[in-house]
Design a protein around this ligand. Structure first.
Ligand SMILES: Cc1cc2nc3c(=O)[nH]c(=O)nc-3n(C[C@H](O)[C@H](O)[C@H](O)COP(=O)(O)OP(=O)(O)OC[C@H]3O[C@@H](n4cnc5c(N)ncnc54)[C@H](O)[C@@H]3O)c2cc1C
Length: 464
């Protein structure tokens, strides 16, 4: 099992309850994933009690009392064609053999490049949320929150909770899409309550909320950042905010697919979400036998759906490994499947909001850095397409965009948008980067082990 978020932990607990051995690998020091991430002791004292802390504690207690073998602080950096995992953990490098592999490694945040986004005071919404919720720390006193999707309002609310000033919320979505989501949320009262609470607090505080807007540029000034905001379809700068300490900016989430793509599972492009996801049946089975994808790794749907998907995938693994019968499976999954159908429908209404910045990815300004690892600007990508590059891997080979340590996680959407617009392709036709191992930079010592130079056998010098 890769990923100890709500989906992976629930699947691991379910499989273990059916009497099968499970190893749960997660790069974080404790299980919980994005929403149930373990808070620091400081955050426990300073962040108001919330259902995420309580839910995470419950999940970790269940894991601790189970037979699941957890391997925390252990990162998967590669996978063999036989689905054995290459991991780097506290004891160095290791390989974990698998009979079945469940990928529950969650989502990656989409980044829309604009001039100035590489300033260290511009951070992702997910990163800001970790800082605020799990470390109890403000990214700065005066914060502009920008991007797309419900995370905008979640993060703005968290900034206010810790006593920071939200200077403005800049949303790529239309207010009509939010109304549609509000109507759909009637079927999910818990999330509706939360959304109403966030919005009311922002409105009462008189915080400007700009819909159909995006950050045009961020400049470093003497008193902090100067943030220029543009409105969709209108040239020029519509608003400017000065003396800003930090910008929290994210343009929706996409499933983390490096592992499933490396293993050759079939993927499909979800037009509503604007991302590639592994093709799965309702239990998380991919096109490859013994390989499952569950939770956000199988398509972005939020925490409640991730838990239900994890539960059903856990039962499916037990069925496929012969631990339960098809009849047991049908009985055990009847209720979760019913709930899943209802919540999945609500979650899908969120996808257009998460993907509201899609047109902006096609119009990234020439001077914006798209690939921050290799410092490749949009203009360089356009030069490549003008001289004949027609797919993402050609763009990568010609410009080095996507060849850096992040392995394209940050720049792929930007590069795809530029390529699609230049060559009149759909995002689906523009494709994706071919994944390569290691997925993450590895310390050389992890591969070589420790040694003394005197131990290296040197060949005798050739006779003179
Ligand atoms: C800022 C933010 C706020 C959110 N707020 C809400 C909310 O209010 N309500 C809601 O319903 N949903 C919310 N979500 C979405 C919610 O977090 C996800 O839907 C949910 O966490 C998905 O669970 P998961 O188990 O699929 O993935 P995750 O919780 O993301 O867990 C994935 C796990 O995989 C591990 N992992 C990833 N790659 C590797 C690797 N290579 N090696 C080892 N381990 C790895 C990670 O460490 C992580 O623990 C929010 C998301 C974000 C980013």
């Amino acid at each position: 099992m890769v990923g100890g978020g709500v989906a992976g932990a629930t699947a691991a607990l379910t499989i273990s309850r059916h009497g099968l051995p499970v190893t749960l690998v997660d790069e974080q020091p404790q299980a919980g994933g994005q929403i149930f991430r373990a808070p620091t002791p400081y955050a426990r004292r300073h962040v108001p009690p919330n259902h995420e802390f309580a839910g995470g504690d419950r999940l970790r207690a269940l894991l601790a009392g189970s037979r699941v073998e957890t391997r925390p602080a252990t990162r998967v950096w590669g996978v063999s064609p036989r689905m054995d995992l290459d991991v780097l953990g506290p004891d160095g490098i290791d390989q974990i053999a698998t009979r079945a592999l469940v990928v529950a490694n969650g989502a990656t945040e989409r980044v829309l490049p604009f001039p100035g986004w590489t300033d260290p005071r511009v951070i992702g919404l997910a990163g800001a949320s970790i800082l605020l919720r799990n470390a109890g720390t403000l990214p700065g006193r005066r914060v502009v929150v920008a991007g797309a999707g419900p995370l905008l309002f979640s993060v703005a609310h968290q900034v206010m909770e810790l006593g920071g000033d939200v200077v403005a919320v800049v949303d790529a979505g239309r207010s009509g899409d939010w109304l549609r989501l509000g109507t759909a949320l009637v079927r999910d009262p818990a999330r509706l309550r939360l959304a109403v609470q966030w919005m009311t607090r922002l409105r009462l505080a008189g915080i400007p909320i700009h819909h159909r807007a995006h950050i045009a540029a961020v400049h470093a000034a003497t008193d902090g950042l100067s943030v220029a905001v543009a409105k969709a379809g209108r040239p020029g700068v519509a608003f400017r905010y000065d003396d800003v300490d930090a910008v929290a900016c994210g343009h929706g989430l996409k499933p983390a697919t490096l592992l499933t793509r490396t293993l050759g599972a079939r993927h499909r492009f979800d037009g509503a979400g604007g991302y590639w996801e592994p093709e799965t049946d309702f239990s998380g089975r991919t096109s490859r036998a013994g390989l499952y994808a569950t939770g956000d790794a199988a398509g972005i749907r939020g925490a409640a759906v991730a838990r239900l998907r994890g539960l059903i995938t856990g039962h499916a693994v037990a069925l496929d490994q012969g631990a339960i019968t098809a009849r047991d499976f049908a009985r055990l999954t009847r209720h979760p499947r019913m709930l899943l159908r209802r919540l999945d429908h609500v979650s899908r209404t969120m996808l257009p909001l998460l993907n509201a910045s899609a047109p902006l990815f096609r119009a990234i300004p020439d001077d914006a850095i798209v690939c921050r690892c290799e410092r490749v600007r949009a203009a360089t990508l356009r030069e490549a397409t003008a001289t004949g590059a027609r797919d993402l891997n050609q763009v990568k080979a010609w410009t080095r965009c996507g060849m850096g340590p992040c392995q394209g996680r940050m720049c792929e959407d930007g590069a795809r948008g530029v390529l699609a617009a230049s060559c009149d392709l759909s995002p689906e036709e523009a494709g994706s980067f071919t994944p390569r191992t290691p997925f993450f930079p590895l310390p050389l010592a992890a591969l070589t082990g420790t040694f003394a130079y005197s131990d290296i056998p040197l060949p005798k010098a050739a006779p003179l």
